[in-house]
Design a protein around this ligand. Structure first.
Ligand SMILES: NC(=O)c1ccc[n+]([C@@H]2O[C@H](COP(=O)([O-])OP(=O)(O)OC[C@H]3O[C@@H](n4cnc5c(N)ncnc54)[C@H](O)[C@@H]3O)[C@@H](O)[C@H]2O)c1
Ligand SMILES: OC[C@@H](O)C(O)[C@H](O)CO
Length: 301
């Protein structure tokens, strides 16, 4: 730094650098957690994909989120909070899950991921009702097919506010809680193959851009939060058979997507849950800052 650098710049860098300093010192929050020696082979297999503690899922009334909720409960999550804009659908989802998992605590909360005040209070109520949170899965997202030449700035902003800023607000609020608890955890952001290539034939510049930014956000958070035992990863689904891919003429695009997919079809929402459970369980203990593409091979062309 130049001798004549302003004092506030010097103090800013000396305050910030230690935070990002890499450390080789042993940290119990990042240490390996191999299965205890006395487990049988079956117990070791269960241990590998065991999901511990309570889970929050945003966009919790959506198709991929509901399949994820069911999978995480099947793998041992003790409690679940479904957050969505749509309170009727998330309450219906909550009731359905209660029937299948009567021994778990499951709550539904009407929240807008763009609203940091309601997110902070939703974290507080989830921890009060469920206890410490160990997993956050961010599924809330919107898409629109608007050509860039005619897109209103309001649509661009809304897409980024929900898909990118809303995801950051939720991740930050839950990570603050995890740091306070001193327990660490796993955070999964939902990107898309649209983060890696440009959708065709649908014009989705705002959506594609918001999802690409999530890959970078994931890597940044993974770097900053590993020291607290928080792993951050993204899943990039390909074309999945959900309502997100209906309307706006998208039915006509399906034949084209399938023709360009080596497996010749869209994904079933269930097919995203294997990689998700891995990221949220002991199996994903050393996976951090990664992106997993789940698309039947669509990205190979
Ligand atoms: N379906 C696919 O093919 C596909 C592919 C790649 C990525 N994704 C991503 O997966 C995620 C889930 O997609 P899906 O197919 O299940 O769609 P979906 O429309 O069924 O689910 C999205 C959910 O997000 C909720 N939501 C929207 N805005 C919100 C807000 N401001 N606050 C809180 N909740 C809000 C909606 O109410 C809805 O329940 C999205 O982020 C999507 O971009 C989907
Ligand atoms: O790229 C696949 C998705 O992210 C998405 O399903 C699609 O582009 C929405 O129309």
């Amino acid at each position: 730094m130049a001798d004549d650098a302003p004092a506030d710049r010097a103090s800013l860098s000396s305050r910030q650098l230690p935070e990002m300093t890499l450390s080789t010192a042993s940290n119990p929050l990042t240490a390996p957690i191999p299965p205890p020696a006395n487990l049988s082979s079956t117990q070791r297999a269960e241990y590998r994909f065991q999901v511990k503690g309570n889970v929050i899922i945003t966009g919790g009334a959506g198709t991929l989120a509901l399949e994820a909720a069911r999978a995480l409960l099947e793998h041992g999550a003790s409690g679940l909070a479904l957050w969505d804009l749509n309170p009727d659908q998330s309450s219906a989802a909550m009731s359905a899950l209660h029937k299948s998992f009567p021994d778990r605590r499951i709550i539904a909360e009407a929240v807008d991921v763009r609203d940091e005040t309601s997110i902070a209070s939703a974290v507080a109520s989830a921890t009060t009702v469920l206890g410490p949170i160990s997993t956050l899965c961010c599924f809330a997202g919107v898409v629109g097919c608007t050509p860039a030449l005619s897109m209103a700035p309001s649509e661009w902003r809304r897409t980024h506010d929900i898909n990118l800023t809303g995801t950051f607000i939720c991740a930050q609020a839950v990570a603050r809680h995890m740091v306070e608890q001193g327990t660490g955890g796993s955070i999964v952001l939902t990107a898309s193959i649209s983060a890696h290539h440009t959708n065709f034939p649908q014009p989705q510049a705002a959506y594609n851009s918001s999802k690409t930014a999530l890959l970078s956000l994931c890597r940044s958070l993974a770097a900053e939060w590993a020291r607290y035992g928080i792993r951050v990863n993204t899943l990039s689904p390909g074309y999945m058979d959900t309502v997100l891919n209906e309307g706006e003429g998208l039915e006509r695009a399906r034949d084209m997507w399938n023709a360009r997919n080596p497996m010749g079809r869209m994904g079933d929402p269930w097919e995203l849950t294997g990689p998700l459970v891995m990221l949220c369980s002991n199996a994903g203990r050393y996976v951090n800052g990664a992106d997993i593409i789940v698309d039947g091979g669509a990205m190979v062309f």
